[in-house]
Design a protein around this ligand. Sequence first.
Ligand code: FE2
Length: 286
Amino acid sequence: MDPQPRKVRQVVEPQTVMEGAGVRLKRSFPTGVLDYPDPFLLFDHFGSENPDDYMAGFPLHPHRGIETVTYVLAGRVRHGDTLGNSGTIGPGDVQWMTSGGGIMHEEMPESDQDRMEGFQLWVNLPASLKMSQPRYQEIPSDTIPKIDGEGGVTIRIIAGMVNGVGGPVTEIAADPVYMDVSVPANGSFRHSIQRGHSALAYVFDGEGSFGVGDGGNGERVGAPKMLVFDDGDYVEIHTSGQPVRFLLMSGKPSHEPIVRYGPFVMNTQAEIQQALRDLRDGTFVR
Ligand code: FE2
């Protein structure tokens, strides 16, 4: 059978929410229209020129059972955690944090900046890794390969592979693809994605037609939108008069039950109760 294009199943309008100590975010999921595209649990876009929208930040908080992926476009986020890691995530940098059984960290914007923009994605850990050792990968911008595709397309590869070039984030259970793709006007981009894996595109600049192929014209969308693709072998995007920039994300679903409670995502209610007890008893971080 010929490779099949993935069609767009759902177009999600991000919703404004307040999180942390009072940070204004655009959330694509979980929302009323999209719960979670397994293995992805949450996607937030933060971006503002008004410090009131972000300065409160995310003071010290726990995580268990997930990975948090922070990608900064503009501004700087200072972080520190119970593994002893601390530093700053600046423009183009990525932090891929695997909480495993427990981590406490803070994520605070630096005050001397006039714009803040970036993304946070949460990736589920399978049951076998929910209580694993925490792990932390800091990816400076200059170690993220930037590939020049055909027709002026550029791709920053954070995780996954294009033309034999792999991204720096490896050994993640969900076998993820995470790429920042820019397609100029009157251009196109096609990328193979393993059948059975969930695939998403977060369009944050410009507009394009997504899910093109097989004689179809795809779904024309403008930023900001989260797109969920149906199953298939590849995604294809075309542009006309305007360029488009989007994050392409895919991952292997865990197909396991989840129970969420704020920053904890486990498989059962009992495991959530245990996390709360551990937090209360001071045994959360091992
Ligand atoms: Fe966090």
